[in-house]
Write a protein that binds this ligand. Structure first.
Ligand code: AMP
Length: 507
């Protein structure tokens, strides 16, 4: 089978393991045969709607249905664009304006919300209607055959510093190679049972979706309401005999802090992987103490890489206060640490973590200038046409050659696993009447965003957040809001962020 499109993984799985359970949520459970059948119907419906080869925005609550739209979009030869079902409508409008999709696939409840939005000529397709479409196998084959592995498979939007989300565009090759890397590294096979935590608009979910397709395993979507009760998650893992989890550290930490791991017996669980932010050893040690003998893995990677580019299998004890390495490059990737003066950093020397390899994104959708700034020719090997992604993360290599993460060089932060550009919050704040200037600062100690406003008015924080909610998702809302007659300025007239940050410490 020619592996030109990631949907070939579904074709292959359905041929090898037609009656094995593939994906399930609270509403339904599909075998690989059914998964393919429904996805093909969705693909057929998209082709009939004239959306072949075009991007499709998937605006649905997290579900197995959503997965069949991802696959269906690939059967129709185009990339899928997953969005949060609770996304603020003005943000959705920005995404639709950037993507110019052929269709927005949704359900009736969400379709109502689309009324009145500028959809840039894209059609609204109801899921139930698509999933009842007739399948023309030959037309689907032709649509998939026309795809090459460097074509986009999905576009995922992340926070952008100017207030406009950036559409990271990943090629099929990135996912095809990642699926192999995941299954080889964690030795997945048909007996693998994965419990998916990550939202589908977050690239961590590709580990679960494509790792399970590659090995013929079973993928369970953890009910979203259950994720609100970390203490119950170990029971869920036990009851479902889950063998592998890949969760964001925030959830791992919450489970550890809930005390639910004390005496937990999870005989089936073999792999515990995490990615997306720093995993503190204090909580990892709670996992390791209560569930010894498992493979614990710290994975690292931004959305601009197909999920992960570095990994560290935790192979020794760490004291609570020790940092955990992010390890080495994945086998299909290379990592270069670039110093400010453009050299490769020496052992122990800090540099910007830059990434080369098949997992690197194609760029930002419809944003050539942004793409050019972040995806650059490798300055160390200018004779080759190698593209390199500059992550903006800082790291050094220790004596053992292991990469150690050291934070960011800009104002991007991570809060409870979400990637946030503080500039996006400032842009949203400036849209509220009465605000003359705004500066968002991250309080590391309290783990919350503090928004400083320059205004003649005094804003009530709760009311102000309701206004902000029109532009930014809930996870970006500031925890504290301080209004001032004038924000402090530096000598060259920029907002004095250092002074504002200092004022947090002074209380
Ligand atoms: P996202 O694009 O949402 O995946 O966020 C990517 C950013 O999260 C990276 O650029 C890092 O700053 C941070 N990050 C991801 N994985 C790790 C990790 N294992 N340890 C520390 N920070 C991480």
């Amino acid at each position: 089978m020619m592996m030109n499109s990631a949907v070939r993984l579904l074709d292959r799985a359905a041929a090898r393991w037609p009656e094995r359970p593939a994906v399930e949520d609270e509403a339904q459970r599909l075998t690989y045969r059914e998964y393919r059948e429904i996805s093909q119907r969705v693909g057929g419906g998209l082709l009939q709607a004239g959306c072949g080869g075009r991007p499709v925005v998937v605006y649905l609550p997290k579900s197995v249905r959503m997965l069949t739209v991802f696959m269906g979009t690939m059967y129709a030869g185009g990339p899928y664009v997953p969005v949060d079902a609770n996304i603020p409508l003005s943000r959705l409008e920005k995404i639709i304006d950037s993507v110019r999709p052929g269709a927005v696939v949704t359900d009736e409840a969400h379709a109502e919300k689309l009324a009145g939005l500028a959809l840039q000529g894209s059609q609204v397709c109801l899921y139930d209607h698509l999933a009842a479409s007739a399948v023309d196998e030959a037309a689907l084959e032709a649509a998939v055959d026309a795809v090459v592995d460097t074509d986009p498979i999905y576009v995922m939007y992340t926070s952008g510093s100017t207030g406009t989300p950036k559409g990271v565009t990943i090629p099929h090759r990135g996912i095809l190679d990642y699926a192999v890397w995941v299954t080889e590294t964690f030795r997945f096979d048909e007996s693998t049972v994965m419990a998916n935590q990550a939202a589908f608009y977050f690239d961590n979910s590709t580990f679960d979706i494509y790792g399970s397709l590659q090995c013929g395993g079973r993928l369970l979507l953890i009910p979203e309401t259950l994720l609100l009760y970390p203490a119950k998650l170990p029971d869920y893992l036990r009851e479902n005999a889950v063998t592998s989890i890949f969760w964001v550290p925030t959830v791992m930490i919450a489970v550890a802090n809930s005390g639910a791991l004390e005496g937990a017996e999870l005989p089936a669980l073999k792999n515990v992987a995490f990615c997306g932010e720093v995993m503190p050893n204090t909580q990892l040690n709670i996992w390791r103490r209560n569930l010894p003998g498992r493979t614990y893995a710290n994975l690292y990677g931004p959305t601009e890489i197909t999920d992960v580019c570095c990994y560290y299998i935790v192979d020794r004890p760490f004291a609570d206060a020790d940092p955990l390495p992010i390890g080495r490059a994945c086998e299909n990737m290379r990592v270069v640490l670039l110093t400010e003066d453009g050299r490769e950093a020496e052992t122990g020397e800090q540099g910007e973590l830059c990434v080369i390899g098949t997992g690197v994104a194609l760029g930002y959708w419809n944003a050539p200038e942004l793409t050019e700034r972040a995806f650059v020719p490798n300055p160390l090997r200018p004779a080759f046409g190698e593209r390199m992604y500059r992550t903006g993360d800082l790291a050094f290599r220790n004596e053992e050659g292991l990469l150690m993460f050291q934070g960011r060089r800009d104002s991007q932060i991570k809060l409870r696993g979400h990637r946030i550009e503080l500039g996006e919050i400032e842009t949203a704040a400036m849209c509220v009447a009465g605000v003359e200037n705004a500066c968002a600062v991250f309080d590391e100690e309290q783990q919350e965003i503090v928004l400083f406003l320059e205004s003649k008015e005094q804003f009530l924080p709760r009311k102000f957040n309701l206004e902000l909610r029109k532009y930014i998702p809930v996870y970006m809302l500031p925890g504290r809001i301080t209004t001032m007659a004038a924000l402090p300025h530096t000598a060259n007239d920029k907002i004095d962020r250092v002074a504002l940050r200092r004022s947090l410490k002074e209380g």
